[in-house]
Design a protein around this ligand. Structure first.
Ligand code: ADE
Length: 239
């Protein structure tokens, strides 16, 4: 997958994109990215990317021209039209389902703003998706672009060594994950549950399912659709 990021702060991305799984994804050919500083596309002599809002008021607004020109240059070299994602707090909330949808694309363009806002014509005529990574306001869209890229690239089939690990995630099953333990069995007197060392695979699976369900019920009841639960599961939760 190709990801092109329009930003005024390209230096923010290095640490995230050049480490760990995103680095490995590039080595196996599953991820290519470009950082495009849209200030380079300004046409005025002061390289201004923003201007005062029509109608007055506090704050500045990102001008349409540099962002349109940068996106159009990228798109003009492509055979297929890429999705153009605008990061902003008023966008659609980003979820695992959205990550799975975007992971099927070959090419994404993400626009990261700073300052007060974007000229509305960017939203109306350039962008295909407006996405928010949560109900809080960040100083800019860069962290959101990193979050989306990370979650989308790890879903590429070549990326996670064990192809089970992505489908077993919390949220792709709509339940939170069960607890995990590794050695030692006794760490400072804190013991691993006996069931996990019993070697009884079916009982272990049942225990994990119950723990997932219980954890989701306690922490994120909004994820559980009660009418999707079996009688046995409902009874377990009532205990
Ligand atoms: N830019 C500022 N806040 C944001 C958020 N919550 N999500 C995406 N982009 C943003």
């Amino acid at each position: 997958m190709k990801v092109d990021i329009l930003t005024l702060f390209p230096e923010m991305f290095k640490g995230v994109f050049e480490s760990s799984i995103l680095k490995r994804a590039q080595e196996v050919g599953a991820f290519q990215y470009r950082l495009i500083d849209f200030r380079d596309y300004t046409t005025d002599k002061h390289n201004k990317v923003d201007d005062y809002p029509y109608g007055g008021g506090a704050g500045m607004v990102l001008k349409p021209q540099p962002i349109f020109d940068a996106v159009e240059e990228v798109v003009s070299k492509e055979e297929h039209k890429p999705r153009v994602i605008l990061l902003c707090p008023q966008g659609e909330p980003f979820t695992q389902q959205k990550a799975e949808e975007l992971a099927k694309e070959e090419h994404l363009i993400m626009i990261c703003g700073h300052y007060e806002g974007y000229d509305e014509r960017i939203r109306e005529h350039l962008v295909t998706d407006e996405v928010s990574i949560g109900d809080y306001v960040l100083t800019g869209g860069e962290l959101g672009a990193m979050v989306i890229t990370d979650s989308v690239i790890r879903l590429q089939p070549e990326v996670l060594g064990n192809d089970q690990s992505a489908t077993h995630d919390s949220f792709s099953t709509r339940l939170l994950e069960h607890p995990h333990y590794t050695r030692p069995n006794d760490f400072r007197g804190m013991k691993v549950p006996d069931i996990l060392t019993s070697g009884h695979h079916q009982k272990i699976e049942e225990w994990r399912t119950y723990q997932s369900l219980k954890r989701t019920y306690q922490r994120r009841p909004d994820l559980i659709k009660v009418d999707h639960l079996s009688e046995k599961e409902l009874k377990m939760l009532e205990e």
